[in-house]
Design a protein around this ligand. Structure first.
Ligand code: FAD
Length: 458
């Protein structure tokens, strides 16, 4: 098995040549920090609104080499969050957000079509399915009023994919899958063609006000601009205003050798994205070249919300993911896992992403996708572009822009507490899947985040 922090997707998409780093003083209308989906879509939407705008993207490493190029490729909306959003923001605002997020799922496919980017976009819907009696309540087995979330019996769930552990669940038609690296590299290439200036190996280390607006600095240069957008995802905790606004956990993926025969036996021919009902959830999909990709959001927590190290690749976690894969698909027993990789997840305490303004400056930061950023980053890019261009519109009035702050405990309490809770959740969910009751101490610790109204893992 090839353990590689960048994973199959990036190797398979043929990583493009590295772009030069920023050198010296530059000016721009908008400077975007971070070359993942959020940053790249922001740049795209700025240029869509103002084709002559001067846009600079500063990427610390290489565009699309972060989580954006190596995730599970689920393009999902917010339909399943509607009940919670209604409680938080009221019916009208919640429904507007869900409708905008749903449009995004189609918008990504339309963009690929129009721009001629073959990112393997396939709109096969999402099945959220219980795989143990204890998950039955969690996945919801009812249609959600005001969305197109459909209830799904165990037979119907197995009609999508014949896993022996599938029980009832829900099916969300407004969901798709992509090859994430192909999408990220395609977006980078189309931006360069449109005149965006992208610098790689250009880690931003500072932001300060200047007469023209603001200046962002790297080790070897600076960009003065009217507005800045910070789209650094799991590194957001290193930005002072966001220090206690997120935790960073990790998610790991294994990918099989091509197994078209197994996919056929499973009857899994609709391209559905599938997740189970765990708190530390499993997510799985097929690929165009006949593989099964299977991920688990149960990786370790990062101290100080800093990505790196075992957030990127954790052999112990990979071993667990491989065993979990065979529980869901016993037909894969004896088949090879060809690749394994991981990456950091920026977990928001509300489970929902947000855009926050930097006080006194024309600067905004987006964070907190909590493992669901592929679709939402397109919508956030639209909102960030409108904010940077000072063109407020209905999207910038959606409740994810400057929501009331919700904080997580400071370090070292945060990583210590989150680690204890993660371990309890692992024990609890393993016991439930094995048909046992978790011991009362484990169940009590695992319930702490819910009792505090916090999410510390995806
Ligand atoms: C294993 C895994 C599986 C996932 N599966 C899914 C899925 O199936 N569906 C889904 O919707 N989401 C999934 N996610 C989450 C999804 O990948 C993210 O939400 C999304 O990619 C976030 O995009 P982004 O542009 O905000 O961040 P990123 O892709 O992390 O991009 C941020 C960029 O900022 C750069 N950067 C950081 N600091 C600086 C700095 N100081 N200066 C300059 N640049 C900097 C980084 O190098 C990086 O390239 C998954 C994540 C992981 C790790």
């Amino acid at each position: 098995m090839l353990h590689d922090a960048h994973g199959l997707w990036i190797a398979d998409a043929g990583s493009p040549e590295v772009l030069a780093a920023l050198e010296g003083d530059h000016s721009a209308d908008v400077v975007v920090v971070g070359g993942g989906f959020t940053g790249l879509w922001t740049a795209w939407h700025v240029l869509a609104a103002e084709p002559d705008a001067d846009v600079v993207v500063l990427e610390g490493g290489r565009c699309g080499h972060g989580p954006s190029g190596r995730n599970g490729g689920f393009v999902t909306g917010m339909d399943l969050s509607l009940p919670a959003l209604r409680e938080e923001s009221g019916d009208a605002a919640a429904e507007a957000w869900v409708a905008a997020a749903r449009e995004t799922v189609d918008a990504v496919g339309e963009w690929c079509e129009t721009e001629g980017v073959d990112a393997w976009y396939r709109k096969g819907g999402e099945l959220v399915v219980s795989t143990a009696p204890a998950q039955d309540g969690g996945v919801g087995v009812e249609a959600i009023d005001g969305t197109n979330v459909l209830a799904c019996s165990a037979d119907e769930a197995r009609g999508h994919c014949r896993s022996p552990v599938f029980r009832a669940g829900v099916f969300v038609p407004a969901a798709a899958t992509v090859h994430p690296a192909r999408l990220a590299f395609g977006l980078r290439e189309r931006l360069l063609a449109r005149g965006a200036r992208i610098y790689e190996g250009s880690r931003v280390t500072g932001l300060r006000p200047v007469p023209e607006g603001l200046s962002v600095r790297t080790a070897s240069g600076q960009v003065r601009a009217r507005a800045a957008v910070f789209a650094v995802c799991a590194s957001s905790g290193t930005l002072k205003p966001l220090r206690n606004r997120l935790t960073v956990s990790s998610s790991h993926i294994v990918c099989t050798e091509p197994v078209p025969d197994v996919i056929e036996q499973l009857g899994w021919d609709g391209g559905e994205a599938i997740t189970d009902g765990r708190a530390l959830l499993h997510y799985t999909r097929t690929t165009r070249d006949g593989r099964i990709v299977f991920g688990w959001a149960g990786g370790r927590m990062a101290a100080g919300a800093r990505p790196g190290g075992r957030m990127e690749i954790d052999p112990g976690v990979v071993g667990q993911v491989g065993r979990d894969l065979v529980r869901m698909f016993p037909q894969l027993e004896g088949r090879a896992i060809a690749h394994a990789w991981g990456g950091p997840i920026d977990v928001s305490p509300t489970h929902r992403p947000a855009i926050v303004g930097v006080r006194g400056l024309s600067a905004w930061a987006a964070f907190g996708y909590t493992g669901n950023g592929v679709g939402p980053s397109h919508l956030f890019g639209r909102a960030l572009a409108a904010l940077a261009l000072d063109r407020r519109d209905p999207v910038t009035r959606l409740p994810f822009v400057d929501p009331p702050p919700k904080r997580v405990p400071p370090e070292p309490l945060r990583v210590a507490g989150a680690t204890v809770i993660r371990r309890a959740l692992i024990r609890k969910e393993a016991a439930e899947e094995a048909g046992r009751r978790p011991d009362p101490v484990t169940a009590g610790i695992a319930a702490v985040p819910r009792l505090l109204g916090l999410h510390i893992v995806r």
